[in-house]
Write a protein of this length. Structure first.
Length: 76
């Protein structure tokens, strides 16, 4: 069984207890504690181009759309 989503495989082998436990132990992704993948945009969920300064937690695209409502002004 080859798949990128481990939950589908767990459903398929759910009735085989030993295989299920072994598969879950070795193939379930670990929880991220640090790095780029832990910071997500609070509005759309993107992980790239994240602005965390001042507690914004937005990607740059969402920031451009909501900047005026947040009180930022464009100078130029």
């Amino acid at each position: 069984m080859t798949t990128t989503n481990h939950t589908k495989v767990l459903e398929q082998i759910g009735h085989k207890q030993a295989k299920h436990e072994r598969y879950q132990k070795h193939n379930t992704p670990k929880e991220r504690k640090h790095g780029a993948a832990t910071k997500r945009c609070g509005r759309c969920g993107r992980t790239r181009a994240h602005i965390g300064k001042y507690g914004l937690n937005l990607c740059r695209q969402c920031f451009r759309e909501t900047a005026e409502r947040l009180g930022f002004k464009k100078y130029s």
